[in-house]
Design a protein around this ligand. Structure first.
Ligand code: FES
Length: 148
């Protein structure tokens, strides 16, 4: 059943009529038009839908509007991570690009908590983000560049 919900996304407050159990992935993409967050598997397996809630990475496909209510949601459109984005460009990380918003969100969350992550910490933080093109070595290089 539809209810009036309030979501804070990228620092702005939005009111929307939606089922509180709707995954925020769909609220973001289909209601708010923030299509940078991608749908991959819909089952928590691929990481394409990764957004931040209060700065921590979560699966947009598994997080309901209800769970995000009253918290601060950040999507790729609102991500402030200039150094990380510059490193992504420097290393030409994307191939097809589809998973990259999720990759960036996970990498940014890692660097927010761990300024100089070890290789193992990078592997651990990025292990939930799948890339079918296999851009993993460039992702890692970009994270190391951003952490310099
Ligand atoms: Fe959410 Fe794959 S779409 S983890």
């Amino acid at each position: 059943t539809q209810q009036t919900q309030t979501l804070e996304v990228n620092g702005k407050s939005f009111t929307l009529d939606a089922d509180p159990n709707m995954p925020i992935l769909w609220a973001l993409r289909d209601i708010l038009g923030l299509t940078g967050t991608k749908y991959g598997c819909g089952a928590g397996l691929c990481g394409a839908c990764t957004v931040h809630i209060d700065g921590a990475p979560v699966r947009g496909c598994l997080t309901s509007i209800k769970q995000a209510a009253g918290k601060s949601v950040t999507t790729i459109e609102g991500l402030e991570a200039d150094k990380l984005k510059a490193a992504w460009e420097k290393h030409n990380v994307p191939q097809c690009g589809y998973c990259q918003a999720g990759q960036l969100m996970s990498a940014a969350a890692l660097l927010n908590t761990t300024a100089k992550p070890s290789e193992a910490q990078i592997d651990d933080a990025m292990s939930g983000n799948i890339c079918r093109c296999g851009t993993y070595p460039r992702i890692k290089a970009a994270i190391n560049t951003a952490a310099e």
